[in-house]
Design a protein around this ligand. Sequence first.
Ligand code: CP
Ligand code: NVA
Length: 313
Amino acid sequence: MKIPQLKTKDFLTLADYSKEDIINLFEYSAQLKREVKKGKFSKVLENKTLAMIFEKNSTRTRVSFETGMLQLGGHALFLSSNEIQLGRGETIADTARVLSRYNDGIMIRTFGHEKVTELAKWASIPVINGLTDSYHPCQALADYFTIYEREKDITKIKLTYIGDGNNVANSLLIGAAILGCDIAVATPKKFEPEYTVVEKAYKLAARSSSKITITNNIDEAVAGADYLYTDVWVSMGQEKETAKKKKIFEKFRIDDKLIRKTGKDAKVLHCLPAHRGEEITDEVMDGKNSIVFDQAENRLHCQKAVMCALMGR
Ligand code: CP
Ligand code: NVA
């Protein structure tokens, strides 16, 4: 299979892509995954380098990008924002222009989404969003790929997200709206996904026939769900809100009872890291319906596909 082409220089949000673009990435991810299982590695990015800027912690994103680059014949540089001059006030624009002289791509995990768009504006090389306060497109890509692998027709499924209307929820909404699957997002009042994202998702859904439900009612959201998804109640950067959120979110937990309420043998996803006992119980995480570790693995295959598409030209 040929490397899929993307119309954009950068990979910042799924909203920039069509259903066809995403399915092409899935098919290429599947091919790369089969190769890894056979111990074969296509050196599509031989001698290329990816600079990875982290302003927040990471296990999966860091390790999957770094391993992915090595498997593709390239190399990744881990740049903690505390240790590079960005952390001492060098501008994003200058950082972007300098890194563009040495590298073939930049991955960044940061706070405000505008920092990623600023970096992409000044970088002459592709920029990949490795999580902002608003979006986590690499995560949602791997999540829908994990569902795509299990389904004949992804448009027939209903995904229900339970918890905080955060970056992961935002990217899942956009992804569902593009792919044409149904999505319900149940959050406590005042913790719904960003209004602008919901508006964008409704617009995209009008074309794909995806049904979007944003609600505070957990039972309404989970009825008929094929997949349940949750994420931490407190995202990185919100630590001060922990005590308050723990009280407000107490009912927004995936446990065995909630799986039964779907009326189906719903599979359970979590982007990880999980706070076991808070948004998800141990029984569910380690139970037969959990596909969280398949999902985590797929970060590797999907991000390799994205890097090939952006940097392999
Ligand atoms: N899901 C995810 O992005 O994990 P990390 O924070 O460990 O990278
Ligand atoms: N919503 C979480 C996702 C972590 C992968 C956070 O931003 O911390």
